[in-house]
Design a protein around this ligand. Structure first.
Ligand code: UTP
Length: 313
């Protein structure tokens, strides 16, 4: 699995301009920490999830990061502000490595705040970002910051698929049949891609989605993940849906509406890793995974883990 310490690759000119990052949720699975610390600021080794997402968006060619935040989570936006005193102090003390780390987020993307006053659901959060898009922007990405998808680069593939097939492109993972009941599962069919085009085995047409089905009722073993390339028509669909589960406006309901109306929706099946940073169990795995690949912390962590696991037997 690739490290979260991503190498600086030149951003691609992909036509993608805006990446929307919904970060206004309550983070209840991570209480009590998230009572005061937004989960997007919790570090994977030393880098907050929101910076990993900003890097991924920039690598996919996005220049604008529309961060949907809540009044109680202002620290998320503060993370994108320069701290000149800190930078000057690190420079004066010759702490060049730390200075480079602090500066890495500067100028990565233009981070703009989008207010969501109340957590009325992912669909509502995405809808709040409409006014940040340029008038001629036909599509945009949504990256859920608590979903770490490895290696980065999935959005680039999804942009290529949209170029060929149009419409909306989602991202899926294959999971064992025994695990499907934990996820939103895609109902899919083979897509009609051109020979030699991007629409191969890993691109399917989406007929619908089933939320957390019993394994026996699951339409496939391809499950949804937190990367979306949405056609602008999603905003109109979001205005036409009614609150679903938990009284929240669900993004998947708006996507279902587009499918019903004949809008092309495809899923790209990503073969890579994934960590759910939104709950302590997934977060710990992400930290261990990244730390094991870290030159500074990896070797001693490996030795300690082997020793510690030996004590379990
Ligand atoms: P989650 O349901 O995973 O996040 O939403 P949550 O609500 O913060 O977490 P739990 O379930 O209470 O632990 C997926 C993403 O959508 C954002 C969340 O911040 C998260 O990044 N979201 C969700 C919003 O921005 N607004 C909402 O109203 C709901």
């Amino acid at each position: 699995m690739a490290s979260t310490s991503q190498t600086a690759t030149a951003p691609l000119t992909s036509g993608l301009r805006t990446a929307v990052v919904p970060a206004a949720g309550l983070g209840t699975r991570f209480l009590p920490a998230t009572k005061t610390v937004p989960k997007e600021l919790l570090p994977v080794v030393d880098t907050p999830g929101i910076e990993l997402i900003a890097r991924e968006a920039a690598q996919a060619g996005a220049t604008r990061l529309a961060v949907v935040t809540a009044p109680r989570k202002q620290g998320v936006m503060e993370y994108f502000e320069r701290d000149e005193l800190l930078e000057e102090t690190l420079a004066a003390r010759g702490k060049t490595d730390q200075l480079a780390k602090v500066r890495a987020v500067n100028g990565l993307v233009d981070a703009v705040a989008v207010d969501q006053d109340r957590p009325l659901g992912l669909g509502h959060a995405v809808g709040c970002a409409e006014s940040t898009l340029d008038d001629d922007e036909e599509f945009f990405a949504v990256l859920l910051p608590d979903d770490l998808v490895l290696p980065a680069g999935v959005i680039n593939e999804m942009v290529k698929i949209r170029e060929e097939l149009g419409g909306t492109v989602l991202c899926g993972f294959e999971v064992p049949e025994s695990e499907v009941s934990n996820y939103g599962v895609f109902d899919i069919e083979q897509s009609e891609g051109g020979v030699g085009g991007v629409a191969g085995e890993d691109v399917k047409k989406v007929r619908g989605m089933v939320e957390k089905p019993d394994a026996a009722d699951a339409p496939s073993t391809v499950v949804a993940t937190g990367r979306y390339l949405l056609d602008r028509s999603i905003f109109d669909a979001l205005r036409r849906i009614t609150p679903g589960k938990g009284g929240e406006l669900q993004l998947t309901d708006a996507i279902e509406l587009l499918i019903e109306e004949g809008h092309p929706v495809h899923v790209y099946i990503h073969h890579g890793g994934r960590h759910d940073l939104g709950n302590p169990g997934g977060y710990i795995r992400a930290c261990v995974d990244a730390a094991l690949q870290d030159d500074t912390y990896g070797p001693s962590l490996k030795t300690w883990l082997a020793d510690r696991l030996g004590q379990e037997n």
